[in-house]
Write a new protein. Structure first.
Length: 330
């Protein structure tokens, strides 16, 4: 199962746990890394002292490589500096222009990844010196970089940037999915929805139950949950908030039903209003089912809550079996 991505990152398996916003945490990232993949922390909105704390907590739990994701819709210079001071080995960026940071990161001895939604973006990233590219198809849960499906996007990006390693994201949640990504020419897969169902993911139990009960047809691609993060498309489970907005004729912000209503609260996240871009945290109370339930189209593959390490092993074994069966047909 080793690929050039594994050699680059110093990992055993070409499996990366997507950052997953506030659902990521040291327990999850370290569990994935300890199992041979690459765990990731999403620290874009974390206060600087907490950034350092989370990195150190993760390092206390694993001696293996892990990464940090930063969204460039917000200034990230201070957080990036802390990551490099703490010698985080992998820095990934989403949205915005990551290229001005590449030299700084390389000088600190770390690797750079950029998520893209097109071959044009991938070429620019590779030309700018990034170490690997994440090709995110629109099947992905959470915020989405483009509008191209994973299968054609991965092929286009692999062709555009070879030999730069490409990681497939969006719709990959099991072993056959990883095997398919490798056959397409990707060097690994980036998975969020599958790890949302892990025991370690920092999400509300009711949200996890809803993920496990959902079908592949139960998600919607929208810009609806924009409070705190406007103007960026995302994929969520269809819920009462989505249905009420659609029934009202999909009115714009400022005219949406229940806009501004307080529908939840959390000790860790504070008050939560309708249409807020917030993954339901474990300590939330209120109308959990009405919140932004980020999930990708691979949600229909989920069957049970599992430790993250078991998920990594199951995916790796399933991919090996799928590739073995495929090779026997040739």
């Amino acid at each position: 199962m080793k690929t050039d991505l594994c050699d680059l990152l110093g990992i055993d398996l070409p499996i990366i746990q997507a950052p997953m916003g506030s659902a990521s945490c040291p327990a999850l990232a370290s569990a994935v890394s300890n199992a041979g993949g690459l765990g990731m922390l999403a620290l874009s909105w974390t206060k600087p002292d907490a950034v350092r704390r989370d990195i150190r907590e993760t390092r206390d739990l694993t001696q293996r490589p892990f990464g940090i994701n930063l969204v460039l819709d917000w200034p990230q210079e201070e957080r990036l500096a802390i990551c490099l001071e703490e010698r985080v080995p992998v820095i990934s960026f989403f949205f915005g222009n990551a290229l001005p940071f590449v030299e700084q990161i390389h000088s600190a001895g770390a690797l750079v990844a950029v998520t893209v939604g097109s071959a044009t973006e991938a070429r620019a990233a590779a030309a700018g010196g990034v170490d690997f590219v994440v090709a995110q198809g629109w099947e992905a849960g959470g915020h989405v970089a483009g509008q191209v499906a994973t299968l054609p996007l991965v092929r286009a990006v692999v062709t555009a940037v070879a030999p730069t390693p490409v990681v497939a994201a969006g719709g990959v949640a099991d072993g056959p999915g990883l095997a398919a990504a490798l056959v397409l020419g990707a060097s690994g897969a980036w998975m969020g929805t599958r790890f949302m169902a892990s025991q370690e993911a920092a999400i509300h139990p009711r949200f996890r139950e809803m993920l496990l009960a959902s079908k592949e047809t139960d998600t919607v691609y929208t810009q609806l949950f924009d409070v705190g993060w406007p103007g960026r498309p995302h994929r969520v489970l269809r819920n009462e908030t989505v249905s009420a907005w659609e029934a009202a004729g999909k009115p714009p912000s400022g005219q949406r039903p229940g806009e501004g209503d307080l529908i939840g609260t959390s000790e860790s996240r504070g008050p939560i209003v309708r249409y807020q871009s917030t993954t339901p945290p474990a300590d939330a109370t209120g109308d959990i089912e009405a919140l932004s339930l980020f999930a990708g189209q691979s949600v229909g593959i989920l069957r049970k809550e599992q430790p993250a390490a078991d998920i990594v092993r199951e995916i790796a074994e399933g991919a090996e079996d799928a590739l073995r069966r495929w090779s026997q047909t040739q």
